[in-house]
Design a protein around this ligand. Structure first.
Ligand SMILES: Cc1cc2nc3c(=O)[nH]c(=O)nc-3n(C[C@H](O)[C@H](O)[C@H](O)COP(=O)(O)O)c2cc1C
Length: 142
């Protein structure tokens, strides 16, 4: 399987999470066609991937008003019609409905969203491992 990752990150947690997810998928024999900032998508990497992984961080007032940061950048991604996609966000306290909003945007791009996970910023190791394992499972059974 081939995956392209697109990431929005302010202080580095989400980027680090994406690198860990990519490493976990590579350990399972996957190819990473690209890991790029959401604002600079690599069209070739997206085109050649079976799975598009979209990650951002939770922005809000910590317990209310949480939303994915940079939703406009997700909405501006190139169309990924017919491709499978997965979403993740990193957060500190409570992700609220962030994943649901991300899924809506990525679905609007034409992708079939196979799953999503909120990753706590202080548990990136365990949570990225869990996410990658779920992705491998989802694509094997798909
Ligand atoms: C302005 C601001 C608002 C935030 N709001 C929330 C929030 O509402 N809920 C939450 O769980 N984390 C919140 N966070 C924490 C970030 O989501 C978390 O640190 C995340 O891992 C940052 O990702 P990054 O390092 O890739 O930028 C906020 C962080 C910032 C800077």
């Amino acid at each position: 399987m081939k995956a392209a990752l697109l990431v929005e990150s302010l202080t580095g947690n989400t980027w680090k999470a994406a690198e860990m997810i990519a490493a976990n998928l590579q350990q399972e024999g996957w190819t990473i066609t690209g890991l790029n900032p959401m604002k600079q998508p690599d069209h070739h990497a997206i085109q050649t991937a079976d799975l598009i992984v979209v990650g951002t961080w939770v922005h809000g007032a910590f317990i209310v008003g949480q939303a994915p940061w940079g939703i406009g950048n997700i909405n501006a991604l190139p169309a990924v019609a017919g491709k499978r996609a997965a979403t993740f966000c990193t957060f500190a306290l409570n992700p609220g409905k962030t994943l649901g909003a991300m899924e809506k945007s990525v679905t609007r791009l034409g992708a079939d969203v196979v799953g999503g996970l909120a990753l706590h910023r202080s548990k990136l190791g365990a949570h990225t491992e869990e996410f990658a394992a779920r992705l491998v499972g989802a694509l094997v059974t798909a």
